[in-house]
Design a protein around this ligand. Structure first.
Ligand SMILES: Nc1ncnc2c1ncn2[C@@H]1O[C@H](COP(=O)(O)OP(=O)(O)OP(=O)(O)O)[C@@H](O)[C@H]1O
Ligand SMILES: [Mg+2]
Length: 253
């Protein structure tokens, strides 16, 4: 019998304090290879802070982050990050923005991986454009390509589609699913949009405080088992949405 594989990501006892305030305490979670997990919770509960700690971008967070049992001590190519704003460097072309993480002079010029990624995100032929020439949806596609350039095992996304219109958002959600599914990339997605979480995720984690300014913790972990593509009117998803709304409403707000 083959032994069960270690989870891709293990987060153990993460705690973050700012002065007297403990934002979250003893947060532990796991992600398997290729798993898509959403993190939801009331504004200010610590989702972005938790994501930065998981990316090892926050030296002041206590606890540990392991990738396939290896403790992580700083940012790594194995973890990609995408934010609400595309954060493209305005003086670099689209191609150089995508290859930027590889370091100066690396992967730039006419790297065929950049053109392949641009085709995959539906933007062939814009490699020489500057960020100011792109719409918000196009810029976020470029950010997605940049996040995938180093072929990370895990992509962390902080409200990546909240600044675009509903149709663009839906297209970007499908694109995220197809790109990460094709590569077996695991995803941890912070979102305020419960329908986004319900349509994309294998699991949804609710981060919230039990009240009175107490530290947040993972209050609920819900499995979403409905087959994809999902119908958001599915009664099983209604029940999960209600459970999440209850949990968010009982948080600090
Ligand atoms: N550098 C910092 N210094 C002091 N407090 C901070 C700092 N960064 C975050 N906080 C506090 O930590 C708490 C959590 O912030 P965070 O941005 O992680 O919340 P969030 O869940 O992502 O909120 P939102 O849903 O609005 O994006 C907030 O009370 C915030 O004020
Ligand atoms: Mg946030």
């Amino acid at each position: 019998m083959t032994p069960p594989r270690a989870p891709l990501l293990e987060v153990r006892g993460l705690t973050r304090r700012f002065g007297q305030r403990t934002v979250f305490e003893q947060v532990s979670l796991e992600l398997g290879r290729g798993e898509i997990v959403s993190l939801v919770g009331p504004s200010g509960c610590g989702k972005s802070t938790l994501l930065r700690a998981i990316a090892c971008l926050d030296k002041h967070a206590g606890g540990s982050v392991l990738l396939e049992k290896q403790p992580q001590r700083g940012p790594s190519d194995r973890i990609g990050m995408i934010f609400q704003e595309p954060r493209l460097l305005p003086w670099l072309s689209v191609a150089d923005n995508i290859a930027f993480a590889a370091g100066p002079g690396q992967g730039q010029g006419h790297d065929p991986r950049v053109d392949a990624l641009l085709a995959e995100v539906g933007l062939p032929g814009i490699r020489d454009a500057l960020p100011k020439q792109l719409s918000g949806g196009m810029a976020q596609r470029v950010a997605l390509a940049r996040g995938l350039f180093a072929e990370p095992d895990l992509l962390l996304l902080d409200e990546p589609f909240s600044a675009v219109d509903a149709i663009t958002r839906s297209r970007l959600q499908h694109l995220l699913l197809s790109l990460t599914h094709a590569r077996g990339t695991a995803v941890l997605l912070v979102t305020h949009d419960l329908d986004e979480a319900l349509s994309l995720s294998d699991r949804i984690l609710l981060l919230s405080s039990p009240g009175d300014d107490r530290p947040s913790r993972i209050a609920r972990a819900l499995h979403v088992t409905s087959p994809r593509p999902r119908n958001l009117r599915d009664p099983a998803l209604d029940a999960l949405r209600d459970a999440l709304l209850d949990g968010i409403a009982s948080g600090p707000g």
